[in-house]
Design a protein around this ligand. Structure first.
Ligand SMILES: Nc1nc2c(ncn2[C@@H]2O[C@H](COP(=O)(O)OP(=O)(O)OP(=O)(O)O)[C@@H](O)[C@H]2O)c(=O)[nH]1
Ligand SMILES: [Mg+2]
Length: 374
């Protein structure tokens, strides 16, 4: 009798636990095979000297470069709309509304001069249209902001004859090497054969960092020893590209402070090398860190003057609340922002569109997200 009871008890426990496990499994989310699989792991040295371990992902799985600017400029958008959005609500005098717009523009780091000119232009257009409400003010300001962007092509250009050369310049730490990795992935996605030239020979770890990106994006790399002449590295990369039928050479450069005048001399020399046959220099891209705001613009001006730039890559927009810097940079430099960096991953480089950017920055439904955040 005791044996029968024990057997029955064990059977009941087994049945109950089986039912529990089956029901748990069916409730859990279905798992899809991961799109990216890690193929290797190797230590690399970060710019600050720290060794980080980075998963190296196969390039074929990493070619999606979505233009989701709203996600990318999240913080800039929320910070801007917190102030700008409020002009649409409440019963405010016209003066209060203009004061709030001014504050929003200044906080977004548009700079005092541009803010004044945007406000003056918007007020003048309001006087013509005879409108005084918040919606009218918002529209007039948006139209003034739009006019700060230059009307020039924003796609990266290739020469008809290979190899095309792109030179990437900017102050240290702004995101040059990371952006080159992302550009390399973009070019590979476009079926271009790419060589990266490790023109930053100042820091020993710089070429290692670039090599990691070359491996991740199936690009070739030409590098030399620390302290080598950057122009000779770029020269060798162009020669190799021409000899072996590569389409594109992307050259990394050192980014020590512009106050060291020899850096500017070096960049001029690099430019001359990149222009020389068989290379065809079509882009000199200035990388600008959005989080540095107006300070970054002082340095940008120096670089633009020294080497002449064809476009701007505005990085770290994901970490900046200063969306106005995009407008300030373009108005100040007179060259188009071609791409924006919105994260550290290979996909986080987005083709820049002024209209999409302004729509995202000024979109008023962001108020819902604000209340979620608070
Ligand atoms: N959040 C974010 N981080 C970025 C972005 N672009 C670059 N970074 C990070 O910024 C740091 C510096 O990037 P690098 O690419 O090494 O910058 P660099 O200009 O080559 O620096 P130097 O070689 O020292 O002159 C790294 O930690 C990058 O991961 C971006 O768009 N968003
Ligand atoms: Mg670098």
């Amino acid at each position: 009798m005791i044996t029968v009871t024990v057997v029955l008890a064990v059977a009941v426990v087994l049945i109950v636990s089986t039912i529990y496990l089956v029901s748990r499994k069916s409730r859990s989310k279905p798992s899809f095979p991961s799109k990216t699989s890690v193929v290797a792991r190797r230590p690399i040295e970060a710019p600050n000297g720290a060794v980080i371990s980075e998963a190296i992902e196969p390039i074929s799985e990493n070619l999606v470069l979505p233009g989701d600017i709203k996600r990318g400029i999240g913080r800039a958008r929320l910070a801007f709309a917190r102030l700008f959005g409020s002009i649409l609500g409440g019963d405010k005098s016209s003066q209060q509304l203009w004061d709030e717009v001014e504050e929003a523009l200044l906080v977004s780091d548009l700079g005092i001069d541009l803010t004044t000119s945007v406000l003056d232009g918007a007020k003048a257009s309001m006087a013509v249209s005879d409108s005084t409400d918040g919606v009218g003010i918002a529209a007039a300001v948006k139209s003034q902001l739009r006019s700060l962007f230059v009307e020039q092509p924003r796609d990266l250009s290739y020469s008809q004859d290979s190899p095309t050369v792109w030179l990437v310049v900017g102050v240290n730490g702004v995101g040059k090497t990371t952006s080159i990795g992302k550009l390399s992935a973009m070019a590979a996605a476009d079926d271009r054969k790419v060589i990266l030239a490790a023109g930053d020979t100042f820091r020993a770890a710089a070429a290692d960092q670039l090599q990691m990106w070359a491996e991740r994006t199936a690009a070739d790399i030409v590098r030399s020893v620390p302290g080598a002449d950057p122009s000779s590295v770029v020269f060798d990369a162009i020669q190799k590209a021409a000899a072996r039928g590569f389409d594109l050479v992307i050259a990394d450069t050192a980014g020590r402070l512009h106050t060291k005048s020899n850096l500017m001399d070096e960049l001029r020399k690099l430019r001359r090398t990149a222009e020389r046959d068989p290379g065809h220099l079509t882009e000199v891209l200035l990388v600008l860190d959005a989080t540095t705001g107006q300070n970054g613009l002082v340095q940008a001006r120096e670089f633009a003057k020294a080497v002449g730039i064809t476009g701007v890559v505005l990085t770290k927009l994901d970490g900046s609340a200063k969306g106005g810097i995009a407008l300030a940079a373009e108005a100040e430099l007179g060259v188009p922002i071609k791409l924006v960096g919105v994260g550290e991953k290979v996909r986080d480089l987005i083709a820049f569109s002024p209209d999409e950017f302004l729509d995202a920055l000024l979109e008023m439904d962001v108020q819902n997200e604000l209340s979620d955040e608070d």
